[in-house]
Design a protein around this ligand. Structure first.
Ligand code: SF4
Length: 375
């Protein structure tokens, strides 16, 4: 896939991204990292589907312990998703080729230490173990100071946060890094990545629409963003995020490759009429933090049960864990975030109640009816 890209090349183990290198297609393990057989199976599925790189989330010493077993014999280059506990970087770096940190999560631990100091420590750790870095910015987890400065202007906040972290890494003379700026709305992904690329045309970009949800809508949302960005030379690696059964995870790679092939061949799909009107279901793709695998079925059940509201402008978010779930459902009209045995239902930022997996659909439909009746 050739495109007029002007980014610099960075090295991730034996891979190169940026510059003239082909656009790399990657994905992430959806299972709990501590479930070693299940996570190894994710690696197998993604490798068989042709993933160039696979990411695994690590958030605790027990995850690190499991990681050592998961990576044993892996043939695909690996990246670690450092969630809130960035200090685990030094323990996981020896096993992998890349570390991803989220600038919006650095404030959770060691509150008296400056963000610059934390980034310097991560960069030193990456350098010591020959790892690349990704500065992974998400609209649902902006750092508090950017939220405060930019209010509801998520695009400006995301771009400023990414540009500032690039400046820190430049100052530290750390060059093997890329950036991602994600949102669940492809239109915001397009705008934010365009604005970032205009300011930092040298920095390789990892593209993705986060929490795109279930196929086919999740595929359409992703395609909309990639078709706008890639032909303009924006994007050096990509991930398609889909809410699918764990055993079907290879689909993310297949869809990513198909979209790239279509763009290369000039086959662009028009956005279905009214696609951005009516019911919008956002669902996370699941990761190591997922609390109960039933979350995937629940997302599908929500889609089916709410189909009768298809014509109404309502956003429903279904998230797989208690860590990102509460924050990432705040902007939706109705939100569900899943715990191990129960599901929490929200209406905007307010909690409605906590329900069993069996009872939550009924409660969701009651709230949906109330919203529709009030309009
Ligand atoms: S909401 Fe939780 S389970 Fe879902 S992808 Fe985000 S961190 Fe992982």
């Amino acid at each position: 896939m050739s495109s007029p890209r002007s980014t610099r090349s960075i090295r991730i183990g034996s891979l190169t991204i940026g510059g003239d290198a082909p656009i790399m297609v990657q994905s992430m393990a959806a299972t709990r990292t501590q479930d070693v057989p299940a996570t190894r199976r994710q690696l197998e599925l993604l490798t068989a589907a042709g993933a160039d790189l696979v990411r695994i989330a690590v958030d605790s010493p027990a995850d690190v312990e499991a990681l050592a077993k998961v990576v044993d014999g892996a043939t695909v280059p690996l990246s670690i998703d450092l969630q809130e506990n960035y200090r685990l970087a030094s323990e996981v770096a020896p096993f992998v080729q890349k570390l991803r940190y989220n600038p919006g999560h650095l404030h959770h631990h060691e509150k008296s230490r400056s963000i610059r100091d934390k980034v310097a420590w991560i960069a030193d750790t990456a350098k010591a173990h020959d790892c690349a870095l990704r500065v992974g910015c998400n609209a649902g987890s902006l750092a508090p100071d950017y939220k405060e400065r930019f209010g509801k202007d998520h695009v400006a906040a995301l771009v400023a946060q990414a540009v500032d972290h690039c400046a820190i890494l430049d100052e530290l003379e750390f060059h093997d890094f890329c950036v991602s700026i994600k949102d669940s709305d492809p239109r915001l992904v397009i705008e934010a990545n365009e604005r970032f690329a205009a300011q930092r045309p040298d920095v390789p970009l990892h593209l993705g629409v986060t929490e795109a949800g279930m196929p086919p809508d999740g595929v359409i949302k992703t395609r909309i963003a990639f078709e706008q960005l890639i032909p303009r030379g924006i994007g050096d690696t990509l991930r398609v995020s889909l809410t699918v059964p764990f055993e079907n995870k290879g689909m993310e790679i297949e869809v990513g490759r198909q979209i790239l092939a279509d763009i290369e061949a000039g086959r662009f799909r028009s956005v279905p009429k009214g696609f951005f009107d009516g019911l919008n279901i956002i669902a996370c793709p699941s990761c190591s933090r997922v609390e109960n695998e039933r979350f995937i079925d629940l997302a599908q059940e929500v889609k089916e049960a709410t189909a009768r509201a298809a014509e109404h402008d309502v956003t429903i978010a279904v998230m797989g864990c208690r860590v990102n779930g509460p924050g990432e459902t705040d902007d939706a009209d109705l939100g569900l975030w899943c715990g191990p045995k129960t599901v929490n239902l929200k209406r905007g930022p307010e909690t409605v109640g906590t329900y069993s997996y069996d009872d939550v659909l009924e409660a969701l439909l009651r709230e949906l009816d109330a919203i529709l009746a009030a309009r």
